[in-house]
Design a protein. Sequence first.
Length: 70
Amino acid sequence: MGVLLFTKDSDFVVSHLLQGIPPRLLLVSTGNIANDDLTKLFVTNLAALEHAFTQHDFIEFGRSSLIIHQ
């Protein structure tokens, strides 16, 4: 599956889009959120995230949705 970086830092978006670094990116766009709530979101959506990354390299993860960036 390779390297996957997940971050809240938009600088990685620019690097991914312009240079392909990191090769796969999960942008976390939940805003301020407690660690326990963030963990629950990841656990609840893990299967969907895994499936999305089988076909896409850049996904944005919010409180209520996954956004696939082409």
